[in-house]
Write a protein that binds this ligand. Structure first.
Ligand SMILES: C[S@@+](CC[C@H](N)C(=O)[O-])C[C@H]1O[C@@H](n2cnc3c(N)ncnc32)[C@H](O)[C@@H]1O
Length: 241
């Protein structure tokens, strides 16, 4: 059955204004999207083969393609059932080429290697996902520490990186940051923080402060309470073998 679509306008003073089509199973971009795009921009070289993992509507590949006028090769995947249709539609709208596949993590990319893997597969605690507005209809089988899928990406990415290749991945404060950094440090010889951005948490989540505090006390997530709001952050890392 055809899903209802909607138009989404993305606007950022440095990156520009873009329109995308989303449907009810497409993730709506957030501050983490912006952090990832900014972090990836300086890492892309001429002829780079790039995989956008957990691509949602294709926003990361599309904006990078538009901003970097080089001969790039974009590949994108997501577990969302309509990803191929939605990303192709958005790529055509913006006149860029993306090879898109529906895939659980790397499943559809066996034997393929990339210069840059940009991971944005769901990475917040599943307990937080339940009370957030971000994951209605969106897969988030991440466990209470939010680290299950990210750790799989970290471990499996070694098979999909070319020599000298890099993995870019965000860690969101609503996940077990220490556990994820520890996993990455075991696999990669270099794990470097590229940027850290703070953002106010959506209002819907404020009613769930007792749950958030319990998860924080267990060391599974972190956040700050400041200026009468809950502040989360996204840290973006670059890892190389
Ligand atoms: C935080 S969203 C990012 C979407 C997009 N990059 C953006 O910035 O708008 C996470 C994405 O990971 C996808 N996802 C969740 N589990 C997945 C899995 N096992 N394999 C592939 N993608 C997955 C979700 O469908 C969702 O689109």
């Amino acid at each position: 059955m055809k899903k209802t679509t909607k138009e989404y306008i993305f606007e950022n003073k440095d990156l520009g204004k873009y329109e995308f089509t989303l449907d009810t199973s497409t993730f709506e971009p957030t501050q983490t999207t912006v952090s990832i795009i900014h972090s990836s921009l300086p890492l892309i070289n001429c002829d780079s083969k790039i995989l956008d993992l957990g691509c949602g509507c294709g926003i990361v590949s599309i904006i990078l393609s538009k901003l970097i006028k080089k001969n790039l090769h974009f590949f994108a995947s997501d577990i969302s059932e309509s990803v191929e249709e939605i990303v192709q539609k958005n790529a055509m709208r913006h006149n860029v080429n993306i090879v898109v596949k529906r895939s659980n993590i790397f499943e559809a990319w066996s034997n393929q290697k990339f210069d840059l893997i940009i991971n944005d597969i769901s990475g917040v605690s599943d307990k937080v996902a339940e009370i957030s507005p971000w994951f209605n209809n969106i897969a988030c089988e991440t466990g209470p520490g939010g680290d299950i899928l990210v750790k799989r990406v970290i471990n499996e990415s070694t098979k999909h990186l070319k020599k000298g290749g890099k993995l870019v991945f965000p860690i969101i404060s609503f996940s077990n940051e220490d556990e994820i950094i520890d996993s990455a440090s075991k696999v990669f010889s270099s794990v470097k923080l590229l940027r850290k951005d703070f953002w106010p948490t959506p209002k819907e989540m404020h009613d769930h402060l007792p749950l958030l505090n319990t998860l924080k006390q267990s060391g599974l997530i972190s956040f700050e309470e400041k200026f009468g709001t809950i502040i989360g952050h996204t840290s973006v890392f670059e890892a190389s073998l």
